[in-house]
Design a protein around this ligand. Structure first.
Ligand SMILES: Cc1cc2nc3c(=O)[nH]c(=O)nc-3n(C[C@H](O)[C@H](O)[C@H](O)COP(=O)(O)O)c2cc1C
Length: 407
């Protein structure tokens, strides 16, 4: 029987081969130093993930400027100050021969109140009242501000290459800045950056062009994008397919499919008919594959080797994206590749307190604590009680903990 997971994947335009079909998807680690540099704990975490066997490993989101943070422990790469530490991180994350890409991000309006004064977004559309106590108010970007941010994405990509990362992934999903530009709900501009989907995708396309011009022809560029926002008047599946087709024409090498925003957090679980399938964005991916030849990864919900095999065999996806399972056991890719693991058991991370369980924050907290243990060289605690996890977070960070974690 063909072992689909073991097949290498060639990124043709770059002549880069990913050694197998498993991708470790981005998980924001919250482990940077006070001045936003990679710490020894972060480096240790990626040594473990590299040993774990995934063909492609993507970092948690690295911000293009310290003036816009999604959470306090974000890594920021905006100049060469900490490049030696980034070099150590890059070597650790690719030590076993896997591809190691840096995910590059700007949170836009999803910036934490208290951490920054004000966010920047395509348009100054306030969050619904229930989210306003979490997020700082935001103002609309000027044209000069937009060009400055395109430059910043380019600089971060250039520094990532210089540090030894083997590629970059632009975060255009989950309601962050690029995703805000794509969405008609958040982008109400009347200039060339808003209106039609062609205009709304201009910010992403200009970043892709600028990054490509900077990093050259042999360096892969990936994009993580929503299949849809799942919000009224938001970014739709049809628009998402259109944007991916134009990314293909621009020479983007790889697209990871996710969905949702902080206001509609479906990236870690989706209700409705699609949830009958193990991975909740697969139906969308099947349709997408009819329109594009760009290699894609689908992320969200994969938990059985059979489900992964079927998804690859059907041609709906080229790679299997895995996040939460690898926070609990970094060696899962190796076990899947060797046929030693059929089902990944994940526990439901719920405290039973509705106000706490709502919106997925509890999950993020619990999984972050597992990452923290790995970074400190400890074993994970797969059976760690969510209630204790909550108490631990409250003890360490106080009530602000609910305001500080994002996907
Ligand atoms: C703790 C945590 C942090 C995350 N941080 C990021 C991130 O920085 N960037 C991103 O694109 N997705 C992030 N995600 C979303 C995951 O990449 C992934 O899309 C989601 O967890 C669904 O995949 P899974 O079912 O395999 O966990 C995060 C998820 C978790 C649990």
């Amino acid at each position: 029987m063909t072992h689909y997971l073991k097949e290498p994947l060639l990124l043709e335009k770059r002549g880069v081969t990913i050694s197998n079909r498993i991708m470790k998807s981005a998980m924001s680690e919250g482990m940077a130093s006070r001045d936003h540099a990679p710490t020894d704990e972060l480096i240790r975490l990626y040594e473990r993930w590299s040993e774990g066997g995934a063909g492609l490993i993507v970092t948690g989101n690295v911000m293009v400027t310290k003036d816009a943070l999604g959470e306090p422990g974000n890594v920021v790469l905006e100049d060469a100050r900490h490049l030696d530490q980034f070099r150590r991180w890059a070597s650790a994350g690719k030590r076993c021969g896997n591809e190691f890409w840096m995910q590059i991000n700007h949170p836009g309006k999803q910036v934490v109140r208290g951490l920054v004064k004000e966010g920047h977004a395509p348009s100054a559309i306030p969050f619904p009242p229930k989210f306003q106590r979490f997020f700082a108010p935001s103002r609309a970007l000027t044209t000069a501000g937009i060009h400055d941010l395109i430059h910043r994405f380019k600089m971060t990509a250039s520094l990532a290459k210089e540090a030894g990362f083997t590629g970059v992934q632009l975060h255009a999903a989950h309601g962050y800045l690029i995703s805000q530009f794509l969405s008609p709900r958040h982008n109400r501009r009347t200039d060339e950056w808003g209106g039609s989907i062609e205009n709304r995708s201009r910010f992403l396309k200009e970043i892709c062009r600028a990054v490509r011009a900077e990093v050259g022809e042999s360096f892969p560029i990936g994009v993580k994008i929503n299949s849809a926002d799942f919000m009224k008047a938001g970014f739709t599946e049809e628009e998402s397919k259109y944007v991916i087709k134009s990314l293909e024409e621009l020479g983007v090498d790889h697209v990871e499919i996710s969905g949702g925003t902080y206001e509609k957090a479906v990236m870690t679980g989706k209700k409705g008919p699609a949830s009958e399938r193990e991975a909740y964005f697969l139906e969308y991916a099947e349709g997408l594959k009819k329109r594009t030849t760009i290699p894609i990864a689908v992320t969200g919900g994969f938990r059985t080797s059979e489900g992964m095999r079927e998804a690859l065999a059907s041609g709906a996806t080229d790679m299997i994206g895995l996040a939460r399972p690898l926070a609990v056991d970094p060696y899962i890719p190796h076990k899947l590749l060797e046929g030693e693991l059929k089902d990944i058991t994940t526990r439901s991370v719920r405290t039973g307190i509705p106000a706490v369980d709502k919106g997925g924050m509890m999950e993020i907290m619990w999984y972050s604590q597992q990452l923290d243990r790995l970074g400190r060289g400890k074993q994970t605690k797969p059976r760690f009680s969510p209630k204790l996890s909550l108490l631990l977070s409250l003890w360490k960070q106080g009530m602000g903990v609910f305001q500080k974690r994002r996907v």
